[in-house]
Write a protein that binds this ligand. Structure first.
Ligand code: SF4
Length: 368
């Protein structure tokens, strides 16, 4: 029986970052405890309905570390009691450097957490202030060091590219800082100004970078991280060998997963569904149907996010037909423009192709 990933959304933050449109709220301790209890109940009820082993658990947010170690461990215990975990599960929790001084990393490590994803965003305190982050670079380093001392040897740092006032030098400083911390994984996202954020309201006045300048930051990041020992394996993700995020690989391999919590999405038994961004609907167990999942277009779209690209053999094995000639012809046209690469085994996007991945993938899908 194929194992699944389990995503648990923890929708609380200690403030709102200027660029963020994730579903998260400020809440008092009582509300956070109540949510913990509701999450435990939801895990209990879903585990009775699903007879699939779980090989990755991901606590995302929001700021899961705001729960503190006791409540995080309570939720993880509920997962262990309800679901069958595989022998060596990857269990990740997102952590923000503002909420970690009281976290007992040793207790978390003993309870089974074995991967941390830390929201650094920048090692430049001015950029952190612009982003509305509530921590300093020193806070982040202290968080990493405390976690490492407690035995965490699989740590990811999030970095943001094209932050207003960022320079190539300050970006270099941030990337070198990540490497100097001795982490194993880095996620690097280009800043997007999304509706509903503080940056969106200010966008006419913000010194935002042009598309070409953003592309230069991205290409620089790919080159620099490769030199620092973090080869790219997905559009926005870089890892030392063997430390790719197993949970996120579920998404990109079009595997199934269950997401619990308001705004969490699932793909299970061939169907995609989600909880909307509403606490009560989550508490009432109301999910919304999204679509049937797993068709060839979805598979291609997700596979092309990875540097390994779309394997012809895997495609044929999954859909019982070879990839079409018209798709290959379209890929060759894109290869002539330097946007993708084709071998006997696979088609993959180049770094230049990743920068316009939506358009490239749409073009390929038109020719599937
Ligand atoms: S900490 Fe993360 S989830 Fe919370 S507001 Fe900032 S970016 Fe959004």
């Amino acid at each position: 029986m194929k194992s699944i990933g389990l995503y648990l959304h923890i929708p609380f933050c200690d403030g709102k970052c200027a660029y963020c449109n994730f579903f998260s709220r400020c809440a008092d301790d009582a509300a956070i405890t109540d949510y913990t209890d509701r999450m435990v109940r939801s895990i209990g009820s879903w585990s009775k309905k699903i007879d699939r082993p779980v090989d990755t658990v991901y606590f995302g947010g929001g700021t899961p570390s705001l729960l503190g170690h006791d409540r995080l461990i309570t939720i993880l215990d509920a997962v262990k009691n309800g679901f069958t975990l595989t022998k060596d599960p990857e269990i990740t929790v997102e952590v923000n450097p503002t909420s970690t001084d009281a976290l007992d990393f040793s207790a978390m490590r003993s309870a089974g957490f074995n991967r941390l994803s830390i929201g650094l965003q920048s090692a430049d305190d001015n950029e952190l202030r612009i982003l509305g982050r509530r921590h300093s670079c020193a806070d982040a380093r202290r968080t990493v060091e405390r976690a490492q001392t407690a035995g965490f040897d699989n740590i990811s740092l999030d970095v943001m590219l094209a932050v207003p006032e960022q320079t190539t030098d300050s970006l270099d400083h941030t990337l070198s800082f990540c490497a100097s911390c001795g982490v194993q994984h880095i996620s690097a996202y280009i800043l997007k100004v999304e509706e509903g954020t503080r940056f969106y309201l200010l966008k006419e006045r913000l010194p935002l970078f042009s598309d070409d300048e953003q592309a230069a930051f991205y290409e620089h990041t790919v080159r620099k991280l490769s030199k620092l020992g973090f080869p790219q394996y997905e559009i926005s993700n870089f890892a030392a060998n063997g430390f790719e995020s197993r949970h996120n690989l579920h998404y990109w391999h079009d595997d199934e997963y269950l997401g619990l919590g308001p705004s969490a999405h699932s793909y299970l038994n061939g169907k995609r569904f989600y909880y909307d961004s509403d606490f009560q609907n989550f508490y009432d167990g109301v999910t919304c149907y999204e679509s049937e999942g797993g068709d060839s277009e979805e598979y291609i779209m997700l596979a092309l996010r990875l540097t390994e690209g779309l394997s012809f053999q895997d495609y044929e094995h999954r859909f019982r037909r070879p990839i079409s000639q018209s798709f290959l012809q379209a890929a060759r046209r894109l290869a002539d423009q330097g946007l993708c690469a084709i071998s006997d085994q696979a088609v993959s996007l180049t770094v230049k192709g990743f920068l316009v991945s939506n358009a490239v993938i749409a073009y390929l899908l038109e020719n599937t």
